[in-house]
Design a protein around this ligand. Structure first.
Ligand code: 2IT
Length: 442
């Protein structure tokens, strides 16, 4: 049996109930099969067995007191997966669905994503099964302080640098940074996504959504197309989705629909971002959109993928776009998909896109702009500098264009031109694998 596939089989046995982790590993190892099997030095060094096993996994109790005076307990996680090319780097997710499988899948993806940025950052991810929705600021602060009271001993600006993800934004990062500084007695760039007046970077908030659109535009340009005049749909109206809408509109696209779990807003005149942001800022209902835009429709319980479009940008969460959704998109004329979220398309959906010649930019490449700009924040912190918005945005644009060409070349060299899933996995893996080989059996 192929070395790569035997490692995958062992991984499935060792992690039997971790479905998301197995899904991510299956995509990655299947993509790497020919590349790795052709290089026996990897097998001799047990490279893949080490690559799929996290260097360290921390699971911890997070006790806190709610506004009614009741003691609550959540479970916290930090998976420090790979530090071959730099300190562990990756976000924290606060969401009731969080478990070890989800954090491991995200951390595994993060290793390759971070490698693709070209910056010196390893892969990690963390979070908790805590739901910030409906909590008071004081409750969120109490939770964040308790979370960091354990986490602080495992992180530092040289060791592991967390950031935001779903459920973790500027407010949560602020509370966590404050508690870290107090416990470690050290003002350092240990978190990214900080506020601008205490070490945050301009353009970090916009970076994931903007970066997604920069990469999609470059991919289209290489196929003699562009976003201008195209019909676009987006899932998710959080930080990633809203900034993807903004940048797509700036490049002349017609964004006609935005969906989330409650339903879809359909606005054929183009989504009014100010109206959408007013709703999300107060955590209101998507249905309110039609109050300000009476010609628009809210389709309760309808997935955005049913809206005919040329370009689809899934920016919400993992496995939000399945095989049937992919078939619907293709039947309705969709020709380009860019993943703003982590693993939003299932393995089966990705196959549908590949079979139908859809230009498909996988998340580990397409959404790398967020963490890439986090690494720019780390650089600014280390040099005690604060760069202008345009300087950071220019660097982001260059990084995203570079990632596209890197994964495209890797796909060509692997003999599957246009298969950016294979291209991204090989290009990301190569740098990490070579570093691991050079550093010996560790
Ligand atoms: O999925 C991701 O890349 C993030 N949540 C951002 C991670 C980071 O360290 O900025």
């Amino acid at each position: 049996m192929s070395y790569t596939l035997s490692v995958l089989e062992q991984l499935k046995e060792n992690n039997a109930r971790q479905t998301e982790f197995i899904q991510a590993a299956t995509e990655i190892l299947t993509s790497l099969k020919d590349y790795v099997d052709a290089r026996p030095q990897y097998e001799a060094a047990g490279l893949l067995e080490r690559f799929v096993e996290p260097e360290r996994q921390i699971v911890f109790r997070v006790p806190w007191i709610d506004d009614a005076g009741k003691v609550r307990v959540n479970r916290g996680y930090r998976v420090q997966f790979n530090s071959a090319i730099g300190p562990y780097k990756g976000g924290l997710r606060f969401h009731p669905s969080v478990n070890l499988s989800i954090i491991k899948f995200l951390a595994l993806e993060q290793i390759l994503k971070n490698s693709l940025t070209g910056q010196a950052i390893g892969g990690g991810k963390g979070g908790a099964d805590f739901n910030p929705m409906g909590k008071s600021d004081r409750e969120v602060m109490a939770f964040c302080q308790s979370f960091v009271s354990e986490l602080f001993r495992h992180i530092s600006h040289m060791t592991d640098v967390p950031a935001g993800d779903i459920g973790v934004g500027a407010r949560e990062v602020g509370y966590m940074f404050g508690q870290y500084k107090r416990l470690a007695n050290s003002f350092e760039g240990v978190f990214t996504g900080k506020g601008i007046n205490y070490g945050g970077s301009l353009a970090r908030t916009e970076a994931t959504g903007y970066g997604l659109v920069y990469l999609v535009e470059e991919m289209m340009r290489q196929h003699d197309q562009s976003l201008a005049g195209k019909t676009v749909i987006v899932s998710g109206a959080g930080n990633v989705g809203s900034h993807a809408v903004e940048k797509a509109q700036q490049l002349g696209a017609n964004v006609i629909a935005v969906g989330e779990y409650t339903g879809t807003i359909l606005d054929n005149q183009g989504i009014d971002l100010a109206v959408l942001r007013e709703i999300t800022a107060r955590r209101g209902d998507f249905a309110d959109y039609v109050n300000a835009r009476p010609h628009a429709e809210f389709l309760p319980g309808t997935k955005v993928w049913t809206v005919p479009c040329e370009i689809a940008l899934p920016c919400a969460t993992q496995n939000e776009l399945d095989e049937d959704d992919a078939k619907t998109l293709v039947a309705n004329g969709c020709t380009t998909v860019g993943e703003g979220a982590n693993m939003p398309a299932t393995l089966e959906a990705t196959e549908v896109f590949r079979h139908n010649g859809v230009l498909f930019a996988p998340g580990k490449a397409a959404n790398a702009g967020g963490v890439a700009t986090s690494a720019l924040e780390m650089s600014q912190n280390s040099s005690r500098m604060a760069w202008s918005f345009d300087k950071v945005d220019d660097k982001l644009k260059n990084i995203m264009t570079g990632i596209y060409h890197n994964i495209s070349t890797a796909a060509d060299e692997a003999g599957c031109p246009g298969n950016y899933v294979v291209g991204a996995n090989i290009a990301g893996f190569k740098k990490v694998a070579d570093a691991m080989m050079a550093q010996g059996i560790v």
